[in-house]
Design a protein around this ligand. Structure first.
Ligand SMILES: [Zn+2]
Length: 412
């Protein structure tokens, strides 16, 4: 039986065969033939191509019922690397990952993101160079780059949209600044979208409808619907931090509106409210730690913030019917009071059917969630069957050119 993505055997390319091997659906030539309907010579041709380019290796023989044991085919995740990063206003993560999305090396960092790409991108390139050296890999091994940026990103154009806190990034096309050094596909998305991909890839592969909510200094969401990121027409989907909530008292938001969720329930707002009670904390992390330790004022603030976030999420649940909502970001470390507030309102205000199987859970991917997601984003692109086929065709054309040039040289 042919897989659903490949309607007929003749349409099953080497890229499709790689996908079967990569996902573990088929690990021998016989299984590939059975799944795709390809003839034995056709399977052999595609495997030879994949072995030649190093994307597949022939592993330990599989147990066989008799005769010559069929070689087990394995995806060679070490045949290249991807560079991934998420930049944040207060914290960033940079990594080198293998082609299975496993982190080979990573480092936190604090580039001055607010100074714009002219400062942050060179810092990124330097950091990636150091990490590549650390894992004993070279720039020639890099197959793609995935980058998550704070704020709205026009995904297709690979540029950040100007925002009151990130004016210096507005309209700058980041891709060319990176491809100058790494001439490979460079994908740039909003940091929360990257986190949603990372969380799903690491822990919820079977969940097709998931909303990742980052609750930190600001608030944002990454929406996965029917297994794919929902970015909207320009990449602005998921900006739940700028949905107004009731009874905000006219609180001004950095976007220019008033009573936005972020202005009322974001980390900065809670820290300001604690300061009104003559309590000073250094940042959202410290506030979360206080709430986790049971400090009554911090618990009350975080629980109330949860209720406000729940108000907006109740609308999102009615609209999208997710199976899982994941709460991540620095404030989510005070998970108990935050969850209590969110659950209280979501289950009160969303429809019975939309919440029947809804789970609201803390992020399990932790600090690596953004870099895992940035890596997933670019791996999904470069290992898609069409991309693999295009790369194989290019490599074959290169070989032909070299052979022709070599032949000519021999004649003359
Ligand atoms: Zn706003």
């Amino acid at each position: 039986m042919a897989p659903s993505t490949s309607p007929s055997a003749s349409a099953v390319s080497s890229g499709h065969v790689l996908q079967l091997i990569r996902t573990g659906e088929a690990t021998t030539r016989a299984e590939i033939g059975r799944l795709t309907g390809l003839s034995r010579p056709a399977v052999a041709l595609r495997i030879t191509e994949l072995l030649a380019c190093g994307l597949v290796t022939e592993g330990v023989p599989a147990p066989s019922s008799g005769g010559r044991p069929p070689g087990r085919l394995e995806f060679n995740a070490a045949s290249g690397v991807v560079l991934s990063a998420v930049l944040g206003m207060s914290r960033s993560q940079v990594a080198v990952c293998d082609l299975a999305g496993r982190v080979l090396a990573r480092t936190p960092g604090t580039p001055e993101v607010e100074h714009g790409p002219d400062t942050a991108v060179p810092w990124l390139l330097d950091t990636w160079a150091r990490l590549l050296e650390f894992c004993d890999r070279s720039a020639g091994d890099v197959r793609g780059v995935g980058l998550g940026l704070p704020g709205t990103v026009e995904f297709a154009a690979g540029r950040s949209v100007a925002s009151p806190v990130l004016t210096s990034w507005g309209g700058v096309e980041i891709g060319p600044m990176i491809t100058k050094h790494h001439p490979v596909p460079v994908l740039i998305d909003n940091d929360v979208n990257a986190m949603a991909l990372g969380e799903r890839g690491a822990h919820y592969r079977d969940v097709d409808d998931l909303v990742f909510v980052k609750v930190s200094t600001g608030i944002g969401a990454g929406i996965i619907s029917r297994g794919a990121l929902l970015r909207g027409s320009l990449g602005a989907a998921g900006e739940i931090g700028h949905i107004p909530v009731c009874g905000g008292g006219g609180t001004p938001c950095r976007c220019g509106n008033t009573d936005c969720l972020e202005a009322v329930a974001g980390g900065s707002a809670l820290i300001a409210r604690l300061a009104e009670q003559h309590r000073k904390v250094s940042g959202v992390g410290e506030l979360a730690a206080l709430a986790r330790d049971g400090d009554p004022a911090a618990v009350t603030l975080v629980r109330e913030a949860g209720r406000r976030i729940g108000e907006v999420l109740a609308g999102a649940v009615n609209l999208l019917n997710p199976a899982v909502i994941v709460l991540g970001g620095d404030l989510a470390r005070a998970y108990d009071p935050l969850l209590a507030g969110v659950r209280e309102i979501v289950f009160q205000r969303s429809t019975a059917l939309s919440t029947r199987r809804l789970q609201i859970l803390p992020s399990r991917a932790g600090a690596e969630v953004g870099i895992l997601g940035s890596a997933t984003m670019v791996l999904d692109r470069i290992l898609a069957p069409e991309a693999v086929d295009a790369a194989l065709a290019e490599a074959a054309a290169d070989r032909e050119t070299h052979t022709a040039a070599g032949g000519q040289a021999a004649i003359t």
